[in-house]
Design a protein around this ligand. Structure first.
Ligand SMILES: [Zn+2]
Length: 263
């Protein structure tokens, strides 16, 4: 009995403990519920979450982006000296295929070269002249045709995938012979003249860096990379570009810069 009572007492005491535990458990649940309510109550904080996500999504916009054409042009400090006598027809982006590089074969300030082209009366010019000190002068807008490439080797219209579609007014052009009867390049390209005399001087670092920047600008302006050639590729026997430029030309054709470094 004592044993039974003892068990009974033990049993009774156990029920009391369980009841106490139940009370503690209920109290704990109420405490958790209150705490949860307290946490959830500041609804405005929850409402702000989307803003936080928007900020997170907007963050990449603050990271560095590729500079646009306006920024690249501004960086070059291009001197605009447009001469209407040097423009020869419409050339929209759909008519852009090539960047043709030339040498002036005369050493002078680029502004003076543009003035001499205008004064010559034959309408010959490139869109841009890059001076020895890196100054870039533009005398024909990019959406107009400049007469810088002239006649090319017979068969070169087909070789270069271009045609004479009548947009070029051909004012002042003079045929050079049956061997060079094709005349499509001006209407499908941008011309760049570098102030340089073959065999007499090197291209300066400032000039090459300006050319790097100018090509990057032209690429950004059109939104695609034009093929880079020099004048003598279009018409064999031409002096320009000079032999000193050969290594740079190869680099431009493969990396868009004179030395393979970013412009
Ligand atoms: Zn040329």
């Amino acid at each position: 009995m004592g044993e039974a009572r003892g068990r009974g007492t033990t049993s009774h005491g156990g029920r009391g403990l369980r009841r106490a535990a139940l009370v503690v458990s209920v109290a704990a649940l109420v405490a958790v519920a209150l705490a949860t309510w307290a946490l959830l109550r500041p609804a405005p904080d929850v409402g702000r979450e989307p803003e936080g996500r928007e900020e997170a999504e907007a963050a990449p916009a603050a990271s560095p982006e590729e500079p646009g054409p306006e920024e690249l042009r501004e960086g070059l400090g291009i001197v605009e000296d447009y001469r209407p006598s040097l423009s020869h027809g419409e050339k929209g982006p759909e008519h852009q295929r090539y960047i043709v590089l030339h040498d002036t074969e005369v050493d002078a300030e680029p502004q003076a070269i543009v003035s001499s082209w205008d004064a010559s009366g034959n309408g010959v010019a490139a869109h841009f002249v890059v001076g020895r000190d890196g100054t870039v002068v533009q005398c024909v807008p990019l959406d107009e045709i400049a007469h810088h490439a002239g006649y090319g080797d017979t068969g070169h219209n087909e070789l270069y995938g271009i045609e004479e579609d009548g947009r070029d007014d051909m004012a002042g052009t003079v045929p050079v012979g049956e061997w060079a009867s094709d005349y499509g390049m001006n209407a499908w390209s941008v011309g760049i003249e570098m102030v340089h005399v073959g065999g007499a001087m090197d291209y300066t670092p400032e000039q090459l860096e300006a050319l790097d920047g100018l090509i990057a600008y032209i690429d950004a302006y059109y939104g695609f990379e034009s093929d880079i050639i020099d004048h003598k590729a279009w018409r064999s026997g031409n002096s320009d570009t000079s032999p000193e430029f050969a290594g740079y030309l190869e680099s431009y054709r493969t990396t868009r810069t004179h030395d393979g470094e970013a412009a």
